[in-house]
Write a protein that binds this ligand. Sequence first.
Ligand SMILES: [Zn+2]
Ligand SMILES: [Zn+2]
Length: 247
Amino acid sequence: MGIFATLAALAGRCLLPQTCAHCRQDLAARWPQSLCPDCSRGLAACEPPYCLRCCEPMSAGRLLCRSCAGRPFACRLIRAAFFYRGPMPALIHGFKYRGRKDAARAAGRWMARHLCRFPELAGAEALVAVPLHWRKLRQRGYNQAEILAEALGAEAGLPVLNLLKRTVSTRPQWDLDRDSRLLNLSGAFAARPQARNRRLLLIDDVCTSGTSLEECGRALRRAGAAEVNAFVLARQTLFAGAPPPGK
Ligand SMILES: [Zn+2]
Ligand SMILES: [Zn+2]
């Protein structure tokens, strides 16, 4: 961000009332959330039926989606607080590209409230944020996954450990199919030896294919982690033809 944009953003934060990260209407003074009450009600909690491993929405009656069936994963389970729809994409865009760190902190607190819905994630000793490459970190000034992890950890009483780093800059993945994504990310993360024998919970903002989480899981398991699961703010649906989550 250039110096003028930074100053404008600072001035805006001091002089203007905070706005809803989705519909951008002004929020009441001291309103503790980054979404207005209407938009908050539009958030879709991630609820079954979904794939029991990766939370991909599925029709009821099936246990695993076609990516997860029949093979083991370094990242054992992926769970999400919300589905990536309604006000969620704008909220995430806000804290990724519009400097809304407040929205990321609020979202981390929501994640803490939703974590208890997933007893299968209990037993984690520490949280580990999926790292950003240093170049992106320099552009953005912060890692949104780290803000989520810190806010979640403070509420849930779990420490956040800095156990992962990115080793190479990967090209954007949006235009790659799943196999190319795995290839592109292969070896992109390295884990510190302090991961040994720990039960860890990876934290990220969005899970689309689960590829980054799996790569992080592999690095942590290579370093001796006893178990790796993941908890993300929002689950995006990978297969265009997937049915909408039931109700
Ligand atoms: Zn709103
Ligand atoms: Zn799955």
